[in-house]
Write a protein that binds this ligand. Structure first.
Ligand code: FCB
Length: 436
């Protein structure tokens, strides 16, 4: 499978139309000072009205899969209760058009945009009852789409959701609480994942189900024992916390001990629910993590180190081998039957040249080198089944607004004109090779 990926709030716009309720990202992006360029996703790529054109674009790219996410508050404007049929219809039409175009729909139920009503009620993911709400939402979506969507991911990047939403405050809901909040939110997120998997099994017969984690290869900045220990703690916090819960006996005991009283309350049955069997793991990967001892995220006490080399506009190191290594790491350490790279890509400054094109040479190189590394992992036995470039088109990059472009399709946000970049053309070539 070769595809591109997107997420609802980043592309759809139409935030108050056809019955959609507000999400935490509407609130956050409208809070002064939260978004680097002061923008918001009110209009974004206007995909809600241009989805047809966007499917045509993907057809042109020649990709055979599209990962998109569903906006919870479009389906259930208040998070629960009465279903908004217009919202469901939007995704139903999209799915039909994708299938008609020969593009496999790869749906994510939750990509950061919690209905604001659920945030207002007990702090969103901090309230254990949200698990039931997510289950009901999953049911509403999969009863409608389960006959046609056969690839589902439940939740995108639990670590980012929990830590950046509840501790560092960089992302919605923008809270700066203690570690106990991130760990509690994380636990409820994982329980919600398990509950959704059970529901999807009933409503979407024969579908492949999974979750998406942001996994980076962790490397110590030096062989100093303190750096080694910090790298180890960071790997436990970002990677193993979730991987062990999904595929092993539970949260890593070393980390539970380190978090002490902040560790989440686990009641009998919880781990079984989180362990619920899944068919694949989705890996989002952009860079590696080079780590030394520091003051960030106590008691993890780490800091990121930036080795010399090439960096993207996000300040992320370009290190294609990191993708190879993390895929190998997953395969060597966990019984994962199938893996998809659900996101991989780079933000660089793009400019249209007088020939009307976007020669995004560095993005082409980034994608080429990462696809090669993914392929290398596959040749060496990693059960890699697909790769999705982030992103289909330039979009609202969360706290960075429109100031960072990741698309293989360029968007002029004034006119909403779409132009395929050289990186899009590069992907087309790869797609052709794969089809042959
Ligand atoms: C990931 C997010 C995705 C996008 C990329 C750049 O963490 O899942 O929506 O913002 O980063």
């Amino acid at each position: 499978m070769l595809g591109t990926a997107s997420a609802s709030y980043q592309i759809e716009g139409a935030v108050a139309e056809d019955g959609r309720g507000p999400s935490i990202w509407d609130t956050f992006s409208h809070t002064p000072g939260k978004i680097e360029d002061g923008t918001n996703g009110d209009k974004a790529c206007d995909h809600y009205y241009r989805w047809w054109e966007d499917v045509e674009l993907m057809k042109k790219l020649g990709v055979n899969a599209y990962r998109f996410s569903i906006s919870w508050s479009r389906i259930l404007p208040k998070g629960r209760g009465k279903i908004n049929n217009k919202g469901l219809q939007f995704y139903s039409n999209l799915v039909d058009a994708l299938l008609e175009a020969g593009i496999t729909p790869f749906a994510t139920l939750y990509h950061f945009d919690l209905p604001q009503a659920l945030q207002d009620e007990g702090g969103g993911w901090l309230r254990r009852g949200i698990v039931d709400d997510f289950e009901a939402y999953t049911d509403a979506v999969s009863v409608e789409l389960g006959d046609r969507v056969k690839h589902w991911t439940t939740i995108n990047e639990p670590w980012e959701l929990a830590w950046q939403g509840y501790v560092t405050g960089e992302d919605a809901p923008g809270l700066r609480l203690g570690n106990d909040a991130a760990l509690k939110a994380s636990h409820n997120i994982m329980l919600a994942h398990g509950a959704a998997v059970r529901t999807l099994r009933d409503n979407s017969q024969g579908a492949e189900l999974g979750i998406v984690l942001h996994l980076n290869m962790v490397e110590p900045a030096s062989d100093h024992p303190e750096a080694l220990a910090a790298a180890h703690r960071w790997e436990l916090c970002q990677n193993r916390w979730y991987m062990d819960a999904l595929y092993r006996e539970g949260y890593p005991s070393e980390m539970v001990k380190l978090f002490g009283r902040d560790a989440p309350e686990v009641i009998p049955g919880d781990m079984e629910q989180i362990h619920e069997q899944i068919d694949f793991l989705g890996v989002n990967n952009y860079r590696r993590s080079v780590v030394a001892a520091g003051n960030d995220l106590p008691p993890v006490n780490m800091r990121r180190v930036s080795p010399p080399g090439e960096y993207t506009e996000m300040g992320w190191e370009v290190h294609p081998e990191g993708l190879y290594k993390i895929l190998k790491w997953v395969h060597a350490n966990y019984p994962v039957p199938r893996v998809y790279v659900t996101e991989n890509g780079a933000s660089f400054i793009d400019a249209m040249t007088p020939d009307g094109k976007i020669h995004d040479v560095r993005r082409v190189a980034y994608l080429r080198d990462h696809i090669e590394n993914a392929h290398r992992a596959m040749r060496e036995g990693v059960p890699l089944k697909g790769y999705f470039a982030w992103s289909t088109m330039d979009n609202f990059e969360w706290a960075y607004g429109f100031s960072r472009r990741f698309g293989v399709v360029y968007i002029d946000f004034e006119t909403q004109r779409r132009t395929i970049k050289d990186s899009g053309r590069f992907l087309s070539k790869v797609a052709k090779t794969i089809r042959r």
